[in-house]
Design a protein around this ligand. Structure first.
Ligand SMILES: Cc1cc2nc3c(=O)[nH]c(=O)nc-3n(C[C@H](O)[C@H](O)[C@H](O)COP(=O)(O)O)c2cc1C
Length: 196
């Protein structure tokens, strides 16, 4: 009763949304990805940094290269998902700050002039955006299979550059009938929430 979001949407985004391990052959279109991004781009980040970058792996040749860097147990999922996305953090996000945070354009130089001062914020805020992205995939009626079981250095060298740190690989598509492992328990409110 406390939530204003329609219960059907609550189920779609959280209660019935699951991490998919297998997918149907139905393609994920560019229009769907565009709609997902145009929704989740509004999720908040510190200083509006927006450091998430997304590499869509669409060609068979690129897919093959990516699969080589996945942990063995993740390889079949990445080989067969309709679409795979490499999510990374842009450590040079500060270059966009004068545009993204125009009421304090000096932030770029005051807080983020040196690379070490950018890496932590880039990782945290891109991870936040990765979560928004997963919820956005669900909002499109699709399922996401996020994975960190891969060779990070290998994926960085193969697909990115030193300015972009891989965060996770996400399989995307419509879930197959056997897509799910049993739902795992979650921590309760009392285990997590402390009020002071
Ligand atoms: C950041 C992240 C990394 C993950 N890495 C892997 C992975 O490498 N391989 C895998 O099979 N599942 C991976 N998972 C899936 C989680 O185990 C799964 O989302 C979690 O158990 C919840 O499952 P549920 O959505 O079905 O309740 C990952 C999930 C997240 C969010």
């Amino acid at each position: 009763m406390s939530l204003v979001l329609d219960p059907t949407a609550q189920d779609l985004l959280f209660r019935e949304a699951r991490t998919a391990n297998t997918f149907t052959d139905e393609p994920v279109t560019e229009e769907q990805v565009q709609a997902i991004y145009d929704l989740v781009k509004y999720g908040p980040t510190a200083f509006n940094q927006s450091p998430l970058r997304i590499t869509l792996v669409r060609s068979a040749e690129a897919r093959e290269r990516l699969v080589q860097h996945m942990a063995e147990g993740n390889q079949p999922k990445t080989a067969t998902a309709p679409l795979v996305a490499i999510l990374s953090a842009d450590n040079e996000f500060h270059e966009e700050l004068p545009h993204l945070f125009p009421h304090f354009p000096q932030a770029k130089d005051v807080f983020f002039a040196e690379r070490p001062s950018r890496e932590g914020p880039a990782a945290m805020n891109a991870a936040l955006q990765a979560a928004y992205f997963i919820i956005g995939v669900r909002a499109a009626g699709l399922a996401a299979g996020p994975m960190t079981g891969f060779d990070f250095r290998g994926v960085q060298k193969e697909f990115l550059d030193d300015d972009h740190t891989p965060l996770m690989v996400v399989n995307i598509g419509r879930p197959a009938e056997d897509a799910w492992l049993p739902r795992l328990p979650r921590l309760t409110f009392d285990q997590v929430i402390t009020t002071v």
